[in-house]
Design a protein around this ligand. Structure first.
Ligand code: PEP
Length: 248
């Protein structure tokens, strides 16, 4: 599926303090005009979203969040953060259904879909994560699992969303699928989405680093990346962004 503009998103997870937000200005200076051809996004932890957005406002770096409530309306949900609050804080995107949310917090496809729909209601672009575990892959269930996650997690309400294919076993380690395997899964996701999206961008995520980014971006059907560890420092994250063919 041809996408308009690649998206390279950084997920800081539960790392960082306000003192680390200087990395955003550094990132903006490193990527310069490349952000005219590639959307560059940083998703810090929720308490830093507003300050990050304020610090990024005169730069080309976009700010997003890592999760949102499944409930769109203001309501009595102690500790929850709504998509509308994140939009009000300056977020443009929100990651939903990251494998850490699915496995550690038990989020189901239905919850992920509700979060994606709440994000759209608030004017945010959801990045819906899908991906198989090591045992699902070893058991030959990769296609079935990813297709089910796509069918059941993506918003049913229409609107612009992004899908991130993140094999669970590839997150936080060193291993990645082969380029052919990445291309095959992106093709499957594109076919599963057919007729249900307006050219959704499909990102790859899982151990992307400055060394492997260039070849991963070259794999068919890869519209960008969702990057964890290597997004924390502007040096590494900018090297990944500059490795995209659109940057040259
Ligand atoms: C992630 O957390 O989404 C991720 C891809 O992490 P890492 O790049 O560290 O594997």
């Amino acid at each position: 599926m041809a996408a308009s503009k690649p998206l390279i998103a950084g997920n800081w997870k539960m790392f960082g303090r306000q003192a680390d937000l200087g990395e955003i200005a550094l990132l903006a200076s490193r990527v310069g005009r490349v952000s005219e051809v590639i959307d560059v996004l940083v998703c810090p932890p929720a308490p830093m979203v507003a300050v990050a957005a304020w610090r990024a406002k005169d730069t080309s770096v976009l700010i997003g969040a890592q999760d949102c409530s499944a409930v769109a309306a203001d309501s009595a949900r102690t500790g929850d953060v709504s998509a509308a609050m994140l939009a009000d804080a300056g977020a443009r995107y929100v990651i939903v259904g990251h494998s850490e949310r699915r496995t550690i917090f038990g989020e189901t496809d239905a919850v992920v879909r509700a979060k994606a729909e709440a994000a759209l209601t608030a004017g945010l672009i959801p990045i819906v994560c899908v991906g198989e575990t090591h045992s699902e892959r070893a058991g030959g269930r990769l296609g079935e699992v990813v297709a089910r996650q796509i069918q059941d997690s993506i918003p049913q309400t229409g609107g612009t969303f992004v899908v991130a294919y993140e094999p669970v076993w590839a997150i936080g380690g060193n291993a990645t699928p082969t380029l052919a395997e990445i291309a095959d899964v992106h093709d499957l996701i594109g076919k599963t989405l057919a007729g249900r999206s307006m050219g959704a961008r499909i990102l790859y995520g899982g151990s992307v680093n400055p060394k492997n980014a260039g070849e991963i971006f070259g794999a068919p059907g890869v519209d960008g990346a969702l990057v964890g560890r290597a997004s924390l420092k502007a040096d590494d994250f900018s090297a990944i962004i500059l490795a995209h063919p659109a940057a040259s």
